[in-house]
Design a protein around this ligand. Structure first.
Ligand SMILES: NC(=O)c1ccc[n+]([C@@H]2O[C@H](COP(=O)([O-])OP(=O)(O)OC[C@H]3O[C@@H](n4cnc5c(N)ncnc54)[C@H](OP(=O)(O)O)[C@@H]3O)[C@@H](O)[C@H]2O)c1
Length: 371
């Protein structure tokens, strides 16, 4: 039975887990609180692969204080030997009295094994209901990790700014800037916590973006892989993406028919060029490289194609207080989108929320909840 006091400590564990957002990948973010009679004894979170898991960090602080205490953790404790020993063993050895967990481990080899081991040792385990908002928040924190485990592809978020009348650029292709500085700063924070940032060749050519995570506090420890989906290798060797390849890797995904000369010209600059046959094939390839989270900052063309292929998981849409009043300016999702003739057939969101950032409205929409 999980009560309100437990919920407060679970919420704290979620806050702690978020501290690993930029560094834990490809591992999940995890937070842990050890408490006795509602008073916190120790806290931990997973910082980076190879480092202690959240439970191990908290147990190291708690020492004897962990005996008979309650452990609140955002993800099922691991029961297998990886780079660090199993957390279930450590919890049993520490003599903890109870374990309260927000989510199961989605990895097929691990799911449920940690719970079983704790239960076998006589430690009561409480798992929150799957539909509880705290459980949803914990799954969202690890959307990339869970997508990798359950779908075998990265989690894909499409971020775009639009005017109040739904336009993402002018009819001449000008989109700088639609949103204000505060929303744009948040996008840089997002870039610092994803594995890859993606645009289509249309955006690469029209905007000549750099796509690095800049002006973050603290500064980004690593740059995301910058990807251009560019079937004909149209990216210019003189582009900002190419010029900044020294700051972080750039990958061009092209089709088999891409002109050999253009491929070679790009490859000679240090950009990696890889051939893929479809969006699904490209995402499967990225999954094979350990990419768990992709932030698509492309235009309506690529985003519409991703939606049509059912490869979009989340939309972050910034609505700015401007109007273009131009029906021929591009919208949020291009022609390949998933057109529906009847309102009754409109695609429904699994969940959404909104907030204001500066003068803009920031909409966070989930097409599906992480499994
Ligand atoms: N408001 C915003 O947030 C925002 C964000 C980004 C861009 N923009 C604006 O959007 C405009 C560019 O729009 P866009 O739609 O051309 O950009 P885009 O979506 O970034 O690029 C579209 C291109 O992606 C390539 N692509 C690769 N694989 C594809 C696939 N499976 N399906 C569809 N396309 C695929 C296609 O070119 P190939 O055939 O050459 O592969 C296609 O022309 C610019 O004016 C830019 O300023 C606005």
């Amino acid at each position: 039975m999980i009560d309100d006091a437990d919920r407060l400590l679970l919420a704290r564990a979620l806050e702690l887990a978020a501290r690993g957002a930029r560094t834990a990948a490809p591992n999940p973010v995890v937070g842990c609180v050890i408490a006795r009679h509602g008073t916190v004894v120790a806290e931990g979170w997973h910082v980076r692969p190879g480092g202690p898991h959240a439970e191990a960090m908290a147990l190291a602080v708690a020492q004897e204080g962990a005996r008979d205490a309650t452990v609140y953790v955002t993800l099922e404790p691991c029961s297998h030997h990886g780079r660090t020993p199993p957390c279930s063993d450590a919890l049993i050895a520490a003599g903890v009295g109870r374990v309260v967990v927000l989510t199961t481990d989605p990895a097929p080899h691990a799911s449920g094994a940690g719970f079983l081991q704790l239960a076998d040792a006589g430690i009561p385990v409480d798992i929150i209901d799957d539909a509880d908002p705290l459980a949803l928040a914990a799954r969202r924190q690890n959307a990339g990790f869970r997508s990798a485990m359950t779908l075998g592809r990265p989690h894909v978020t499409y971020k775009a700014a639009q005017t109040l009348d739904g336009r993402t650029a002018t009819r001449t292709g000008d989109s700088r800037w639609i949103s204000g500085p505060a929303a744009r700063a948040r996008v840089h924070e997002l870039r610092a916590s994803v594995d890859a940032v993606l645009v289509g060749s249309g955006t690469a050519l029209a905007d000549d973006p750099e796509l690095t995570a800049r002006d973050c506090l603290p500064p980004a420890e690593r740059q995301p892989l910058r990807i251009v989906w560019d079937r004909a290798c149209r990216l210019e060797p003189s582009s900002r993406l190419v010029a900044t390849v020294g700051l972080g890797p750039v990958l061009v995904l092209c089709a088999a028919a891409a002109p050999v000369k253009r491929r070679a010209a790009l490859a000679a600059t240090g950009v990696e060029v890889a051939e893929v046959s479809s969006l699904a094939d490209g995402l499967a390839m990225l999954h094979g490289r350990g990419i768990q989270t992709v932030l698509c900052e492309g235009g309506a063309g690529l985003a519409g194609a991703l939606l049509a292929a059912d490869l979009l998981d989340r939309l972050l849409v910034v609505i700015a207080p401007r109007l273009l009043g131009d029906a021929s300016a591009p919208g949020l999702l291009g022609a390949a989108g998933a057109p529906r003739a009847a309102m009754a057939d409109a695609l429904r969101l699994a969940a959404w929320s909104c907030e204001t950032i500066g003068d803009d409205l920031w909409i966070d929409a989930w097409l599906r909840e992480p499994g």
